[in-house]
Design a protein around this ligand. Sequence first.
Ligand SMILES: O=C1C[C@@](O)(C(=O)O)C[C@@H](O)[C@@H]1O
Length: 338
Amino acid sequence: MNTDGIRAAKPAAGTDSTEVPEDSSSAGVPADRRAVLREVQDLRARLEESGIAVPGSPACARPATWRRATLGGPVPMVAVATTGADAAACAEQARAARRAGADLVELRADLLTAPEVAAATGCKRAATTMPARWAPQELAGLWLAAARAVGAELRGSGMPVLLTVRTAAEGGGLDVDDVTYRAALADVIERVGRECGAAAAVDAELARGDLPRLVRLARRAGLDVVASSHDFAATPNDVEMLRRLHAMQDAGAAVAKLAVTPAGPADVERLVGVAARARGELDIPVVAIAMGEAGVLTRLAGGVFGSALTFATAGSAASAPGQLPVARVREALALLHS
Ligand SMILES: O=C1C[C@@](O)(C(=O)O)C[C@@H](O)[C@@H]1O
């Protein structure tokens, strides 16, 4: 088991690596950092007591490399998601993400507002204005235009774009049936794939079905698929969470991502336990996030338990509850993975 991350964060040589010292040697570590370390170490100890091997920061068998970002390497990547309602706002947020030092930008295309609808209604709330009656090709066209704008903003930075269209069923802004979702996603995959730089990877929801076909299409287009599953109400049982992550790998996804809502610390502990197990069982990078205040630790220390990616903010609204600013996340990563 690799304990280097934790050990490197200890200020005093020769101290027990499972304890955070209270003495003067830890004086340079602010209280909140010590609290993070303590929580991580407690959690780790409890998981190991229950027989779950905590991976530390091992490299993954099949890392996913998109431009200069590698998921599944020794340190988790930091993503910033756009929440803008149009392409220009998303490009602006991508610039802020780049300046803040994020590794990649997630374009949340489901939060875009169709310009005609916005003009007619004056409404900026994307989730209520994405027109369900649109043909898949029209939706894909809207998303592609934003992908182009964000891709152009990041040109030369080496930062990749992850194109995500989150459905209402999983807490996002696109309220369409599964057939429309799949058709629109397939269309944008093919069109984005033709435009080098517009996106390096695309998110596809496991529960919407047909994941193997979308993965094949994406591969043909030169894109990786990040398979995802979100629960904004609860934390499913461990068997179900592991099943979903395995199903994502079996469908050919390059990354398996799970975001859940914990009711309290017990759920957080279960989620990181599942992440650690999945990390040992799967070849592809695993992303495991507990959303909301109760799950903040997973956004800072998820990498210790095998999670390859964390989402942070760069001056704009969070795309999911519990996200922290990039700088705060970087500080934690430096502490835990140096
Ligand atoms: O899947 C995820 C994770 C996320 O939900 C989070 O909790 O940070 C944020 C989403 O934008 C992203 O697509």
